[in-house]
Structures are given as structure tokens and as C-alpha cells.
Design a binder for this molecule. Structure first.
Ligand code: AMP
Ligand code: MG
Length: 345
């Protein structure tokens, strides 16, 4: 357990912005060669860990890929597809095939989640500017003036040509999950990588297994604690785990917490009964979109959505400190949050 916790905290601790070390781990010879690298990209601390002799250079490939994708989908880099689209004033715009596919996929996820996940929420994200300096909520009239723009059906994707018909887009809720899928493919293309684990903020992906076919252990954060506090962990191979919570970015005004996840139906930060939800599934982008969507839905709708789709698993932490998991995680999740005041159902 001690070792587990040490591994878990390593995800979140920024030891060095560009650390690239070979971890010999002399007391653990079974681990074999392990290489790690931590970078800062997409506004997030990212950690990559690869297992396998001679795989150190794969870390540099991971970093290059992340930076390449960031250049394509960042909202603030002026040459990116997303920046150009948001500045296109409704004109058809050519993007990379990968961006076109991502946008089409994002629209499908919006449709599937009944609009709880919707990348056209950008004008509201900009208005609320949570974590960017706002300390007082905007007025209702300011919110109302933007609501007409919030609709994923305003996005048209035709081959590599994308048209934004009176909307703007923000990939904050799916971008890191999408990068996870790209990293996953890169890592799998290297035969000498026997296993890998990467963490992009709250987005974790694991490839293969640890040495001796052991599963990876991924901590589920205590949403009321420090980033290094956990209320449980899941043991997984070949999977993605993505969390959304009200603790990532927020401000408090008049006793109310205004966090960074907006309910597209109301235009205000969602007020569901969920404090944190983690999605486990075999697609990083889907896991990321769903973490945001289910957070907005609240537990009742989220469980209905689960029953209908059954193509993911989830760990819920409610506002009243209850923790529960979907059927497929019951034997993979270990609850450790009793001392922190959580009850496991
Ligand atoms: P996540 O942390 O994955 O839940 O994503 C939250 C980020 O996605 C926010 O910081 C916004 O940039 C954006 N966002 C907020 N609300 C939504 C929503 N309902 N659908 C899609 N993107 C959103
Ligand atoms: Mg998300």
C-alpha cells in the first residue's frame, strides 16, 4: 500500500518540469527498466511512465505528440484549428483530418448525452471565466444573451471542412482525453513498450500491464482533500480513467461554489448532486466527455445513462460524501475513504 501511495502521489507532484529519469528501483528488480518524464502542456502537469528496455526515447515522442496536438486544438494558439474556427465568422474552414474527426465525435457525444456535454459552451466558459479572475457571478441578462449560441447542432463537419454556424468551441472537456487516445496509439506502436502509464491532469491512461502481468493501480482523488489525498483506487490494464470534479477550478461567492463545469441547459455551473465522477472505459475521449456530461447530469440521470449505454464504468462521489461504483468496477475498486468521512455503498 505504501508503494501504491508513492506511485499515486508521483502523478500529481511536479518534481521537475522536464524531469526525464531512468528509475532503477534496486529493491524492486522485477520492475525492470522504467523511464519517466514530467512536462507542462495544455495548462496541465503531465507525467509519462514507460516500462521496457530501451524505451527512454519513447518519452520524447510522447512529449512531441502532446505538443503537436496542442498546436492543433488549443483555443489560444493563433494558428490552431480551433482558434481559426472560432475566428472564422461562420466561414467554412479547412482543418486537419484529425481535428475534423474529433469535432464530429464531440457532436456525437453531445447528441448521446442529450447536450450535457457540448463543446459550443465556449461563450459561457469565457463569460464565467472560472479560475481566470472572476470573483462575482455574471448577471442573468449576460448569460441569457449567449444561450442561443450554445448548441452543438450549429457545428457542421463535411470531410475536412468545418463550419461554425453562430457558435464558438472549447475542447476543455474532451481535449486531454483525445490526446490520451493519441498517446495510447503511439505507445502501442512500440513493440519494446511492455506497459505504460500516463497522467494528463485528471486524465489517466494505462497501456498493457506492469511487470509480472500486474495491473496498474490508479488513485481516485478525495475531492475535498489535497491533490495527493485519495478515497480509493482501481486496478486496471489497458484502460482510461478520467475524473471531473468541482474542486479543479472554482470561486466562492455568497457561500455558493461556482466551478468550471457549465450546465449548457442553464448557462450556470452545474448544481447536480455529484462532487466528483470518474469514468473508466477503453476510449480516452469518450471517458473525458462522459466525465463532464455525467457530472452535469447528476446521479439519477447518470445511472439511467449507464443502464442504457453500458459501454463504460463509473465511480461517483456525491455532495453528501457517498461513494459508489457501477457494476463492472465492484471487483476492481478498493475503497479507502472511511477515515476521510466517506461512506461506501
Ligand atoms: P472537465 O474537467 O473534463 O470536466 O472539462 C471542463 C472544461 O470543459 C471546462 O473548463 C470548460 O473549458 C469546458 N466545459 C465546461 N462545461 C462544459 C460542458 N457542459 N460541455 C463541454 N465542455 C464544457
Ligand atoms: Mg471531461
Amino acid at each position: 500500500m505504501k508503494r501504491t501511495l508513492a506511485v499515486l502521489s508521483a502523478f500529481f507532484l511536479l518534481i521537475s518540469m522536464t524531469a526525464c529519469v531512468k528509475t532503477e528501483e534496486p529493491q524492486q528488480p522485477a520492475e525492470g527498466a522504467v523511464y519517466e518524464k514530467t512536462i507542462f502542456a495544455m495548462d496541465t502537469v503531465m507525467t509519462f511512465k514507460v516500462y521496457g528496455e530501451g524505451t527512454e526515447s519513447v518519452l520524447d515522442e510522447c512529449e512531441a505528440l502532446v505538443r503537436q496536438v496542442e498546436d492543433e486544438i488549443s483555443k489560444t494558439i493563433e494558428t490552431s484549428d480551433i482558434y481559426r474556427l472560432n475566428a472564422s465568422d461562420g466561414q467554412p474552414t479547412t482543418v486537419t483530418p484529425e481535428t475534423a474527426e474529433l469535432l464530429a465525435t464531440a457532436c456525437q457525444y453531445s447528441q448521446r448525452t442529450g447536450g450535457a456535454f457540448d463543446i459550443t459552451v465556449e461563450p459561457l466558459v469565457a463569460l464565467w471565466n472560472v479560475g481566470g479572475g472572476r470573483t462575482v457571478p455574471p448577471g442573468q441578462a449576460e448569460i441569457d444573451a449567449l444561450m442561443d449560441m450554445i448548441d452543438y447542432r450549429r457545428i457542421t463537419v463535411d470531410g475536412d471542412t468545418v463550419t461554425l454556424n453562430g457558435c464558438r468551441i472549447d475542447l476543455g472537456a474532451i481535449g486531454k482525453g483525445y490526446v490520451s487516445d493519441r498517446l495510447d496509439a503511439l505507445l502501442r506502436s512500440h513493440d519494446n513498450v511492455t506497459g505504460a502509464l500516463f497522467s494528463l491532469g485528471g486524465n489517466v491512461g494505462v497501456v498493457g500491464t506492469k511487470p509480472e502481468d500486474k495491473p496498474f493501480v490508479i488513485g481516485v482523488r478525495d475531492p475535498s482533500g489535497q491533490p495527493s489525498d485519495f478515497l480509493g483506487y482501481v486496478e486496471l490494464t489497458d484502460m482510461f480513467v478520467v475524473s471531473s470534479g468541482d474542486y479543479e477550478r472554482f470561486f466562492e461567492y455568497d457561500g455558493v461554489v461556482y466551478h468550471h463545469i457549465i450546465d449548457p441547459a442553464t448557462g450556470v455551473p452545474s448544481r447536480s448532486d455529484i462532487k466528483e465522477v470518474s469514468i473508466v472505459c477503453d476510449s480516452g475521449a469518450y471517458a473525458d466527455a462522459l466525465s463532464t456530461a455525467l457530472f452535469v447530469m447528476g446521479t439519477e440521470k447518470a445511472l439511467q445513462f449507464y443502464e442504457k449505454n453500458k459501454d463504460f464504468e463509473a465511480i461517483f462521489v456525491t455532495q453528501d460524501a457517498k461513494v459508489f461504483v457501477t457494476q463492472g468496477l465492484k471487483d476492481k475498486f478498493t475503497f479507502t475513504g472511511a477515515n476521510a468521512g466517506y461512506t461506501y455503498e
